[in-house]
Design a protein around this ligand. Structure first.
Ligand code: ATP
Ligand code: MG
Length: 217
């Protein structure tokens, strides 16, 4: 079993959107997936609870009970455990990072998010965990030219010597609408969003060493 923590100390950067989409992506590719929601807002639990079709399992946990949740998932022979974390909760986030094989940091391409990211990156590095950043809610590139905001963010990430996922999630309404019913943007008719999520999944799966099948039709 592999454990992935989705982290950003900055609020609203897209942790829950990314964590639930990755859990749905893994489930749709045949992996037995558990999402552990450690945010007292329990948004991930509510999102997956709204799903009508079969989907990934979801449990609530505090940071300090994470190890017990991980052992339970191991005993249940799960393939993947994804931890959604709360903003600003340094202790609980640290507990998630400690039990994770890999940490996916989420940041919007704004100065305020990148400043927050520096703190998250410090925490992850101090705990010696491999990590990568996925840039979320970026403006759509026009005629394949990135907005200056995104170019500047990429430069900032380069200064921080952060590994960066080879896919940028754009600001798209489908990411908001699909999750209202516990569905992934991959299950929508928005081919651009579907491609972004598939590419993010492929990157994460290859990075943490998970083999998965083709997604469900
Ligand atoms: N790529 C995107 N395009 C459009 N909207 C997005 C995108 N990613 C996230 N959002 C929206 O931004 C808001 C914050 O996203 P989300 O809840 O995933 O962030 P979070 O980091 O989990 O927040 P919190 O810190 O409160 O837990 C939500 O309304 C979500 O629908
Ligand atoms: Mg959240």
């Amino acid at each position: 079993m592999k454990t992935l923590a989705v982290v950003a100390l900055k609020g609203g950067s897209g942790k829950t959107t990314v964590a639930t989409h990755l859990a749905l992506a893994a489930h749709r590719r045949g992996l037995d997936t558990l999402l552990v929601d450690t945010d007292p807002q329990f948004s991930a639990r509510d999102i997956l609870g709204a799903r009508e079709d079969p989907g990934p399992a979801c449990v609530e946990s505090s940071g300090r009970n994470l190890l017990a949740a991980q052992f339970a998932a191991l005993a249940e022979r799960r393939d993947l455990l994804i931890i959604d974390t709360a903003a600003g909760a340094v202790e609980a986030v640290s507990e998630a990072v400690v039990v994770a094989d890999f940490v996916l940091l989420v940041a919007r391409p704004t100065l305020i998010d990148l400043s927050g990211l520096a703190r998250s990156l410090m925490l992850v590095r101090r705990l010696g965990k491999p990590s990568a950043v996925v840039v979320n809610q970026a403006p759509v590139a026009r005629e394949n030219v990135e907005a200056p905001l995104v170019k500047r963010a990429m430069k900032g990430l380069d200064y921080m010597k952060a590994d960066v996922a080879p896919v940028v999630l754009r600001s798209r309404a489908i990411y908001q609408v699909a999750l209202e019913r516990g569905r992934s943007a991959e299950e929508s008719s928005d081919r651009h969003a579907a491609r972004e999520i598939a590419a993010l999944w492929d990157y994460v799966a290859a990075t943490i060493g998970l083999k998965s099948g083709a997604p469900e039709a």
